[in-house]
Design a protein around this ligand. Structure first.
Ligand code: C2E
Ligand code: CA
Ligand code: CA
Ligand code: CA
Length: 272
């Protein structure tokens, strides 16, 4: 089934409503971890001058038959069980192994709200850091706005614990859910990523401009960094910068790419 941009939806709604089919995909996904079919690609996050200061790790599944599968397709399946914990651990281990290829840059990883429902997230991160000898300060944990607004005291405690270990916490997809500005004060976060729908609107929508400007002004007082996501054009970069964003991510600066390609990009960009 075609889903735009020549992408093929391999697991559609109908298939997933079939319990047996879902089990099959889960089994394949579990095996994928052992068979080495998962890949972590990296996309640059740049500063106002365009130099790379971090890389977001974005997972892909290279299926032997179905080809490269987007996380939007298989992460929701993984989130239905503790399979997401296994994948989350794979991602963090991969990032710890790869970070040496990106001197002076942090790696930002996506952590599912489902992972935050269990203490395992904290113990896993501690264990992987210990095993790999990496420092938490090299990593940013991205949590989505939906998780943050529905955060229970336990989830908040885990976020504080992760932050206590030295991780930076980023609030992802800001503006898509019900996150009021008050959350910037109450949540243990270091940065906010503005959803790309706002960046897309900056050129023609005054409300989006005011929203982003207000957000960056409040964030400055709270010492929270603002990242503009999905920057695709020079115009969007200029508008986001004018609105006060300090970091930028999007196809304009680079698409997600395998480690070695990203490493070469970082080398060409120089040591920060
Ligand atoms: P996200 O965290 O919001 O990641 C940003 C998505 O926007 C990525 O899609 C990225 O490739 C895409 N993107 C980046 N720049 C542009 C741009 O300029 N224009 C457009 N149109 N898109 C851009 P991707 O890689 O398909 O990932 C989709 C989602 O899957 C992510 O959204 C995240 O929620 C989830 N995801 C990815 N990797 C992981 C992971 O390791 N763990 C978990 N739990 N979720 C992940
Ligand atoms: Ca993200
Ligand atoms: Ca995002
Ligand atoms: Ca998203």
């Amino acid at each position: 089934k075609a889903a735009g941009r020549g992408r093929v939806t391999v697991f559609d709604e109908e298939m997933l409503s079939d319990k047996r089919y879902r089990r099959l995909v889960e089994r394949e996904l579990r095996a994928a971890v052992y068979l080495g079919e998962l890949e972590l690609h990296y996309q640059p996050i740049v500063g106002t001058e365009g130099s790379i200061d971090a890389l977001e790790g974005l997972i892909r599944w290279r299926h032997p038959v179905r080809g490269l599968i987007s996380p939007a397709e298989f992460i929701p399946i993984a989130e239905r069980s503790t399979l997401i914990d296994m994948i989350g651990e794979w991602v963090f281990k991969r990032a710890c192994a790869d970070i040496g290829h990106f001197p002076g840059r942090r790696i930002s990883i996506n952590v599912s709200g489902e992972q935050l429902k269990r203490d395992e997230i904290v113990t896993m991160c501690e264990r992987v850091l210990r095993e790999t000898g990496r420092s938490a300060s090299g990593f940013i944990i991205e949590i989505t706005e939906t998780v943050a607004t529905a955060a229970t005291p336990e989830i908040l405690r885990r976020l504080e614990a992760l932050r206590g270990l030295g991780f930076h916490i980023a609030l992802d997809d800001f503006g898509t859910g019900h996150c009021g500005f008050n959350y910037l004060k109450t949540l243990p976060i270091d940065s906010v990523k503005i959803d790309r729908s706002y960046i897309r609107s900056l050129a023609h929508d005054q409300v989006a401009q005011i929203f982003v400007s207000a957000l960056t002004q409040i964030a400055r007082i709270q010492h929270i960094a603002i990242v503009a996501e999905g920057v695709e054009t020079a115009e969007e970069f200029t508008l986001a910068r004018t609105a006060g964003c300090g970091r930028f991510q999007g196809y304009f600066f680079g698409k997600p790419a395998p480690r070695d390609k990203t490493s070469a990009l970082c080398a060409a960009d120089g040591e920060p």
